[in-house]
Design a protein around this ligand. Structure first.
Ligand code: AMP
Ligand code: GLY
Length: 427
């Protein structure tokens, strides 16, 4: 089969590498991919949001199956367009993708169907939001309704911070029309867990749980980033919690989307917070998370192509989805200064090949056969070992072998998870 993967980051490299293990995957294409992905797939020089060109290419090339990975093309209807052209595509259609692209839609869905989440209010006028804040419980959380590159959320610990965040979104429109409507939410507390799941709209199969590390610096300090590393499984997420989440969150969400006439197919990402009152949904993403995917997919033992096809055909209940019981740690290597200002264009030397280690290129281009850095996040280095401490140690050993000017990484990926283990969680 000829398979087209849309997107161009570390997540897409992890998807390409796993699909390549399928005996039926004869040829892989990445659109646009990146210089590192070029080692595993033929690059297609079309942007991930250029849906017309994408569909034309897929038809001309005789693509048998497409995987749409990033949120933007999903929100723009890439899956709808590919399917309309007769090409089976993994991912939600435009209506189902709204579960991520509109936080207001997602919160109203949860409220209507009794899915546990933080209490919230919706505002479309700045003065109403500011008036509400005068009597609202502080601390509080301010969120833009629309997509804001993961940066549309402010945790406000004082009334002044809350007001400033509302004004930045609604008055100054720092994220454009994404700030036309905002949410003001109850602030929850507890460890966060990312659970990615496969779903065909009826059956939902959670993958191994993961923990992201969103802040730029050690000790969860500094600004939010796309994610500086991940471990899987997440030790806070015990079997009992998993069963509770299936009953109160996963199955009800899939049923709610179907009942709304928006059956969700593809990968639905549950961003959860384990509060003292039980698990709560912080956010849904309509796609694989990054870097979580770089820790989770290396643990998948079943054929990813079979699973992805089953989500489109509606046969997930008859398809094996088996994960290894090992642990994975993914360390992200970034350009110093990320997520603000950073320099690119430096020679990138990948770590030497090691057993149990995979490298996923996030931001690099090929020039005259040489990889050059081309992004904030440059490389994800994942180790899979019997235990989490081993996976962390091996991932860092390999990550330290990679070389490029201004290389930066957090040194404490997995440390919080290890602390959870000693506090009595499960490994
Ligand atoms: P989001 O973009 O919705 O995932 O939010 C980004 C991050 O903000 C989450 O990963 C949480 O760490 C934090 N966050 C979002 N909503 C809340 C909330 N209601 N209470 C506490 N923290 C939150
Ligand atoms: N790692 C969080 C996300 O992909 O949104």
């Amino acid at each position: 089969m000829k398979i087209l993967v849309i997107g161009g980051g570390g997540r897409e490299h992890a998807i390409v590498k796993k699909l390549k293990q399928s005996p039926r995957a004869k040829k892989l294409y990445a659109l646009p991919g990146n210089g590192g992905i070029a080692a595993d797939a033929q690059l297609v020089p079309i942007g991930a949001k250029e849906i017309g060109k994408m569909v034309d290419f897929a038809k001309e090339e005789g693509i048998d199956f497409a995987v749409v990975a990033p949120d933007d093309p999903l929100a723009l209807g890439a899956v709808d367009a590919l399917r309309a052209a007769g090409i089976p595509a993994f991912g939600p259609d435009k209506k189902a993708a709204e579960i991520e692209s509109s936080k207001v839609f997602a919160k109203r869905l949860m409220k209507q169907y009794g899915i546990p989440t933080a209490a919230f209010e919706v505002f479309d006028k700045e003065e109403d939001a500011l008036r509400y804040l005068e009597t609202a419980p502080i601390p509080t959380v301010i969120k833009a309704d629309g997509l804001a590159l993961g940066k549309g959320v402010t945790l406000a610990y004082t009334l002044e911070e809350a007001k400033a965040a509302v004004h930045a979104l609604m008055g100054e429109r720092i994220f454009g029309k994404s700030g036309a409507r905002i949410l003001i939410e109850e602030m929850l507390e507890g460890p966060e867990v990312s659970v990615l799941s496969f779903t065909d709209g009826k059956t939902v199969v959670p993958m191994v749980s993961a923990m992201d590390h969103k802040r730029a610096q050690d000790g969860d300090k500094g600004p939010n980033t796309g994610g500086m590393g991940a471990i899987a499984p997440n030790p806070y997420y015990t079997k009992e919690i998993a069963e509770l989440c299936m009953k109160t969150i996963f199955a009800p969400t899939i049923a709610a989307m179907a009942a709304e006439g928006r059956p969700f197919t593809g990968c639905l990402y549950f961003g959860l917070m384990l509060t003292a009152q039980g698990p709560r949904v912080i956010e849904y993403n309509c796609r694989f998370g990054d870097p979580e995917t770089q820790a989770v997919l290396p643990l998948l033992e079943s054929d990813l192509l079979d699973i992805m096809e089953a989500t489109v055909k509606g046969t997930l209940d008859q398809t094996p989805v088996v994960f290894s019981d090992k642990s994975a740690c993914c360390v992200v290597l970034a350009s110093e200064g990320y997520p603000a200002r950073y320099e690119t264009g430096f020679t990138l030397t990948l770590p030497k090949a090691r057993d149990h280690v995979e490298c996923f290129v996030a931001g690099a281009k090929l020039e005259n056969g040489q990889l050059l850095t081309a992004g904030g996040r440059v490389l994800g280095v994942t180790a899979v070992e019997d235990t989490l401490p081993q996976a962390i140690a091996v991932a860092y050993r390999a990550a330290d072998d990679a070389a490029f000017t201004n290389k930066y990484c957090r040194r404490d990926i997995g440390a919080r998870a290890l602390a959870a283990v000693t506090e009595g969680g499960e490994v």
